[in-house]
Write a protein of this length. Structure first.
Length: 213
């Protein structure tokens, strides 16, 4: 088996919505207040990896569907691009969902859904491995649909006769309901101290508008 390289080049693949929901559940934050560049730098520094690229993926609502969050994400993504982060965004698609309330009545609401984000992450992880662009794929997501990517990366490592690691980092606390990383990857738990050291102090939320509830 090929040995671990002296310099382990890492590329971070960040699912923005998945990271936000995990942080909300673990730490109680109500909007995406993470500094992506700072967080992935902190993770790689702690693990002795050389960060060579960061890629950020998210769905965003249209201005017509939700002006508040559309403006928020436009501003945040602009800052990320200035920091050298590669951005991949797609419009959210809205569908009616029905839930049954405790009193037996049904409530209908419009829910935004991401389409294609996990597929895009999977394609990029595999494509960049084939091109030998990293030694470590650091995925910030708990989407189990990405577990098959880990198998493919191991196959690529054998074909190329080189060492490749795939790791999954996610916010974690005693209040987290989802305590699992992506299967077949190395799990890295992000505690509140690390997360809070990487907060984005710029608040992109529009001041004169209220978000959809």
């Amino acid at each position: 088996m090929p040995g671990e390289p002296a310099t382990r080049r890492a590329v971070a693949f960040v699912d923005g919505q998945n990271l936000f929901h995990a942080a909300r559940e673990a730490f109680g934050y109500t909007y995406p207040n993470y500094d992506v560049a700072a967080l992935v730098n902190q993770l790689c520094s702690a693990l002795g990896w050389s960060l060579v690229g960061t890629r950020f993926y998210t769905g965003i609502p249209s201005a017509h569907d939700d002006a508040f969050w559309h403006e928020f994400w436009q501003k945040k993504l602009r800052t990320l691009s200035w920091q050298g982060v590669h951005i991949y965004s797609r419009p959210l698609r809205y569908r009616n969902r029905v839930v049954r309330l405790p009193n037996g009545t049904e409530h209908s609401y419009l829910a935004g859904e991401e389409k294609g984000i996990d597929v895009r992450i999977a394609l990029d992880v595999i494509r960049m491995a084939h091109r030998r662009e990293y030694d470590v794929a650091l995925i910030l997501s708990q989407d189990q649909d990405l577990s098959e990517v880990a198998d493919e990366i191991r196959t690529i490592a054998k074909e190329q006769e080189r060492w490749i690691k795939i790791a999954c980092a996610f916010p974690f606390s005693p209040t987290s309901r989802n305590r699992r990383g992506i299967d077949k990857t190395d799990w890295i738990r992000i505690d509140k101290a690390m997360y809070d050291a990487c907060l984005d102090r710029r608040d992109y939320r529009p001041k004169a508008k209220k978000p959809r509830t």
